[in-house]
Design a protein around this ligand. Structure first.
Ligand code: TXA
Ligand code: MG
Length: 343
């Protein structure tokens, strides 16, 4: 087992690509950076390799994986019946944080990748190290986020190390990922594409290119089974319970005080704007409300930082559900098990 640990920096990473690629071709699993979060990669053609992803993460076998490719033309090796609108979206957003769900082609992909479904998710990540690794391995790479199942996704190599050290072949350290939330998962098996998981590419961005885009009912109201199997699991949970406070800073502070009076040690997830107004045992600014992209970038690291403290509860401010706010609130609500307190 080799690991590119924190003491080694980005400039050493390229020399590790060939080692990492060799491990992939030997059906080992390797973590690598993408523009969204770190992925845990394996040869998508090999049952033996893909099985190791599920084992390392403790991931339920009914949750399919996204296949990562390094060139647009590799799409034809993996999927079929590609609608015209997919090509328009590829031209605009690939490489990038957009995953297409399409009918799978042939029998070559490991059935473990698709969890027995006849569709498969495919994306081309926008990260030089990821693209170099996939090219050198010369096979499509199945990769979920490189965290233990249920934990926040990793946006730093150290997050991967914390969760998976000793369980995987190695980590390619590319420093912090940029987008911070995972790719948008788009069902493209229908005439109108449907968002199954909000992510780095927003509904507004998609609609500009292809017109109408729908959203899986399970994301909008309760009582529907999500079409993306992964969306039904608890996720992104720090050790302490999370509560979302939907109100102004004085409302959030009032809530903090109530928990303090009940003898709890309280953490607050806010933004740079909230810092002057909030006092608690641990207050962390996660980006700026002025630019929700910065909140997305820092969200998972912020959630993980609370795990390094001994707080009993995390109270988070709420974010507008537009643009990338859609993905932020989707992840925060999961982290909170849907506990929201309204002003
Ligand atoms: O940004 C990302 O997408 C990251 C990086 C590493 O690429 N990957 C990622 O993978 O988030 P993962 O496994 O954590 O999430 C994949 C999501 C899950 O919700 C899964 O259920 C869904 O995609 N998915 C995969 N294949 C599917 C399919 N055939 N039909 C419906 N949903 C699918
Ligand atoms: Mg994940």
């Amino acid at each position: 087992i080799w690991t590119v640990d924190d003491s080694e920096n980005l400039s050493t990473s390229y020399s590790h690509i060939s080692q990492a690629a060799k491990l992939l071709t030997e059906n080992e699993v390797v973590a690598f950076p993408t523009e969204t979060v770190y992925g845990l990669g394996a040869n998508a053609y090999s049952d033996e390799a893909v099985q190791k992803i599920f084992a390392a993460k403790g991931r339920p076998a009914d949750n399919p994986l996204i296949v990562h490719i390094a060139s647009k033309k590799s799409l034809d090796d993996i999927v079929t019946n590609i609608p015209d609108y997919v090509y328009k979206l590829i031209d605009e957003f690939w490489p990038g944080p957009l995953t297409f769900i399409l009918p799978k082609k042939g029998e070559r992909l490991s059935k473990l990748v698709t969890a027995g479904l006849n569709t498969v998710g495919v994306r081309m990540p926008d990260h030089q190290l990821a693209l170099a690794l996939i090219k050198e391995a010369n096979v499509p790479i199945a990769a979920p986020s490189a965290n233990r199942s249920g934990k926040p996704s990793p946006t730093l190599a150290s997050h991967v190390y914390h969760d998976l050290n000793g369980k995987i072949g190695g980590i390619v350290d590319g420093g912090p990922t940029g987008v911070g939330v995972e790719s948008t998962v788009l069902d493209c098996t229908t005439n109108i594409p449907a968002i199954l998981r909000p992510g780095g590419i927003t509904k507004e961005q998609l609609e500009k290119i292809v017109g109408e885009v729908s959203v899986d009912k399970a994301l909008v109201e309760e009582g529907h089974a999500p079409k993306s199997p992964g969306m039904k699991y608890t996720h992104y949970s720090p050790n302490a319970p999370v509560i979302i406070a939907n109100g102004n800073y004085s409302f959030i502070q009032k809530l903090v005080n109530e928990y303090k009076e009940a003898g709890k040690s309280v953490g607050v997830l806010t933004t740079s704007e909230g810092i002057p107004y909030l006092q608690a045992d641990k207050v962390i600014a996660c980006g700026s409300r002025d630019d929700l992209r910065t909140v997305a970038t820092e969200l998972y690291d912020t959630l993980r930082t609370f795990d390094e403290t001994d707080i009993d509860i995390i109270i988070s401010e709420s974010f507008p559900k537009s643009g990338v706010g859609e993905a932020i609130m989707n992840r925060l609500l999961k982290a909170a098990g849907n506990r929201v307190v309204e002003e």
